[in-house]
Design a binder for this molecule. Structure first.
Ligand SMILES: C[S@@+](CC[C@H](N)C(=O)[O-])C[C@H]1O[C@@H](n2cnc3c(N)ncnc32)[C@H](O)[C@@H]1O
Length: 276
């Protein structure tokens, strides 16, 4: 039987191509299979064990680019752990900028009604529920499977009573007056060839249509039509010009923000009319 040390050495070698931190990932997967914490494994690495079969399967899946988050059913966002599986997009760090922006805008409003379109794992609405007092939050997704995951996470973070989860195609099932509309919608072009790891995530969470920005434009249309005070959206790094041009028909100008890598990553559309 191999020692823990030998298992981790061998697995790290196998994950070299795919993982940035192969040893750390192998350690996390083994800890998960053995139901031990990683510190225990590191301090007992001379112990010999039977190789758990689910560990071997997971190493194989990871070698084939399955994201670690799906294998561990956990992803970190805003310094909290969220349950994830293949029904939802894995939270991305850049989405924290969108959440920060909405938190600071929310504080300027009393009892804002916030609607999130495309809640997925629920991360955005849940962090908002934890940081914005007295907000009415409606979290929407077109996919019931995703809504189930979001509800698991709302319960995990103690905010089930602060968020209403609703199935809707964009705002079709929303009649309420909205103060803030927030979304990290699917925004990738239909035919785009994706990196291998992205192919594990749900198509409905990634692809926005033939061009990619269809839902972003729909959200802008709804914002204007319904007099929503603020629209806050994440977008693709190359979509700034398209959004800017689209808003010209309304004589509106968005404020674009960048991510930590310096790419334009999202925008805010507020009640400002250029002609005023
Ligand atoms: C990019 S994911 C974002 C998930 C999560 N909010 C996040 O930031 O990690 C987009 C989500 O939008 C949902 N979605 C796609 N099309 C939609 C539509 N027409 N109306 C509502 N939700 C939609 C998908 O099911 C998916 O959960």
């Amino acid at each position: 039987m191999p020692s823990i040390k030998a298992i981790l050495k061998e697995s790290s070698k196998r994950l070299r191509e795919v993982a940035q931190s192969p040893y750390k990932e192998a350690l996390a997967l083994l800890a998960n299979s053995l139901k031990k914490d990683t510190l225990w494994l590191m301090s007992h690495d001379e112990i010999v064990i039977d190789l758990p079969s689910d560990y071997l399967e997971n190493i194989k899946k990871r070698e084939n680019y399955c994201p670690l988050e799906y294998l561990l059913n956990i992803a970190s966002f805003y310094s909290r752990d969220f349950y994830v599986d293949k029904r939802v997009l894995i939270p991305r760090p850049e989405t924290e900028i969108l959440v920060d922006t909405v938190i600071s805008i929310s504080k300027e409003l009393t009892q804002p009604t916030i609607v999130e379109v495309g809640t997925g794992s629920g991360i955005i609405s849940i962090i908002l529920a934890l940081h914005v007092d007295n907000a009415k939050i409606i979290a929407i997704d077109i996919n019931d499977d995703a809504l189930e995951v979001a509800k698991i996470n709302a319960k995990k973070h103690g905010v089930s009573d602060k968020i209403e989860f609703r199935n809707s195609n964009v705002l079709n099932n929303v009649d309420e007056d909205i103060d803030i509309l927030v979304s990290n919608p699917p925004y990738i072009k239909k035919d785009e060839i994706l990196e291998k790891n992205l192919s594990y995530e749900p198509d409905i969470a990634l692809f926005g249509g033939d061009i990619g920005d269809e839902i972003l434009k729909q959200l802008a249309d709804e914002t204007i039509k319904r007099n929503i005070k603020v629209l806050a959206c994440e977008m693709g790094y190359d979509q700034k010009d398209k959004i800017e041009n689209y808003l010209k028909k309304y004589n509106k100008k968005a404020e674009f923000y960048k991510d930590l890598a310096g790419f334009y990553r999202g925008f805010l559309l507020r009640e400002i009319n250029l002609s005023q």
